[in-house]
Ligand binder design. Structure first.
Ligand SMILES: Nc1ncnc2c1ncn2[C@@H]1O[C@H](COP(=O)(O)OP(=O)(O)OP(=O)(O)O)[C@@H](O)[C@H]1O
Ligand SMILES: [Mg+2]
Length: 297
């Protein structure tokens, strides 16, 4: 993992701003991003993941800052989805998966014995690569989560509208809330899935390649949406789209996979984690530079 050239406490804010405006990369052009995530909402500490005997992810340490967007990038098979799934215990649902190390949420280890994974998932919601609405109406897709989690809801209509507005979908669906969600376009379905995630009022939203099935216009809408949601949520996104990582994220974690000398199995590891402007304009590690410049992966 990269070490930062200066710590937040030693570098004046004005200097950061100057540096940011010079790079013009990522959402930093409008935001001041401290060197290290202040007030991390989640942290991965010496995270190792195994599928049976296969060591998929080795010793990952990461911090996810409040109201920041963190992008996880790297070549196929380097463990991005695996790490993402650890953050809300989705790997519990994968048979043979084993997690070592800690993942903390506001300082509490979510893998501690007394922690209910379902409670974790209400705080740390997830949006998947392929839009996966339920075979229900648009309205019921949104209302489902609050109903099954027993959320106290004063007025479900208001909650549905609020979630659809937050996901920038309300205007397109307000007259057909009782129609099947399957009648929506792919981009609309993905925004519906984001609205569904927001409806249960999580703190953190995980997104695994949320735009990979979408056209450039729908992708751009989701990217705008992510940036808008950042004010209220902490967002962690896996993407293969370098421009997307550069455009929307505040910080980027670059992963790669290294073959084991004896077995040849490729274990994923974190190469570098830094502000997005540094990763794209001034990476510390040659492997990062090769990847983002398209020479590898
Ligand atoms: N359910 C599973 N069972 C066994 N091995 C798995 C499972 N899921 C992932 N793996 C393996 O773990 C490694 C990391 O996979 P992962 O899906 O996390 O990679 P990724 O970086 O998300 O790749 P991609 O960019 O292709 O989505 C790969 O070698 C993969 O084959
Ligand atoms: Mg993946």
């Amino acid at each position: 993992m990269s070490t930062h050239p200066a710590t937040a406490s030693t570098r004046p804010a004005s200097e950061d701003s100057r540096e940011i405006s010079m790079t013009g990369i990522g959402s930093e052009s409008e935001r001041e991003i401290p060197d290290i995530p202040p007030n991390p909402v989640m942290e991965a500490l010496k995270l190792n993941v195994f599928y049976g005997d296969f060591h998929a992810v080795h010793d990952v340490n990461l911090s996810f800052g409040k109201n920041e967007i963190t992008a996880l990038i790297g070549p196929s098979g380097c463990g991005k989805s695996t790490v993402l799934r650890c953050l809300n215990r989705m790997n519990d649902l994968v048979s043979g998966a084993r997690v070592e190390g800690e993942v903390t949420y506001h300082g509490q280890n979510i893998y501690a014995r007394n922690v209910d994974p379902i409670a974790v998932r209400t705080q740390v919601g997830m949006v998947f690569q392929k839009p996966n609405p339920f075979p229900k109406s648009i309205y019921d897709n949104i209302a489902y989560g609050p109903r099954v989690t027993g959320m106290k809801v004063e007025n479900m209509d208001d909650l549905v509208e609020e979630a659809l507005r937050a996901a920038a979908l309300w205007e397109e669906v307000k007259d057909k809330l009782k129609q099947s969600a399957y009648g929506l376009s792919g981009g609309q379905q993905q925004r519906l899935c984001i609205a569904r995630t927001i409806a249960t009022k999580p703190d953190v939203i995980l997104m695994d390649e949320p735009c990979s099935a979408l056209d450039p216009i729908a992708t751009s809408r989701i990217e705008d949406l992510m940036v808008g949601l950042r004010d209220d949520y902490t967002i962690i996104i896996v993407t293969h789209n370098m421009q997307q990582a550069a455009r929307v994220s505040d910080r980027t974690a670059f992963f790669t996979a290294r073959p084991d000398e004896t077995t040849g199995n490729r274990t994923g590891l974190l190469v570098e984690f830094d502000r997005t402007s540094n990763i794209f304009a001034n990476p510390n590690d040659k492997r990062t530079e090769d990847y983002i410049s398209g020479r590898f992966g």
